[in-house]
Design a protein around this ligand. Structure first.
Ligand SMILES: [Fe+2]
Ligand SMILES: [Fe+2]
Length: 137
């Protein structure tokens, strides 16, 4: 059985807006895991993809804003990762239309990697910077 993601408070960036968005993403990934477990309807994947597209637009705009505001030195690299995420999610929409099989598996493995490398990696690195620079307590 696919295990659910666990939330730990060391994921917090300590900017409420960003943390709320990360919590939403966390819930979305677990929703996908439940969908897989229950062998949910394929159409639900398209709903998830739509929500992910909307999430990406809002969330990346928020992070980009805070990175610019605090002159984050790794902003360019970080934003490139965001761009890649957005492109991949759009590909999922195309894959859905094409009737690609195992789409939920592909989405899940992509999102898990995103969670561990970007949210728990790059975003955390940004949070550390914010703390060291005195922007957050
Ligand atoms: Fe993020
Ligand atoms: Fe990010």
């Amino acid at each position: 059985m696919v295990s659910m993601l666990n939330w730990t408070d060391d994921m917090l960036v300590h900017i409420d807006e960003i943390d709320d968005q990360h919590r939403n993403l966390f819930l979305l990934i677990n929703r996908l895991i439940i969908h897989k477990r229950n062998q949910g309807r394929r159409e639900e994947l398209m709903d998830l993809i739509r929500v992910l597209v909307a999430f990406a637009q809002t969330h990346f705009r928020t992070e980009d804003h805070h990175m610019a505001e605090t002159s984050y030195p790794l902003a360019m690299v970080h934003s490139k990762e965001h761009l890649k995420f957005t492109e991949r999610i759009k590909e999922f929409a195309t894959d859905y239309e094409k009737g690609v099989e195992d789409l939920s598996d592909k989405m899940l493995s992509f999102l898990r990697v995103w969670w561990t490398t970007h949210v728990a990696g790059s975003d955390k690195k940004f949070a550390t910077y914010l703390r060291n620079e005195g922007y957050i307590p």
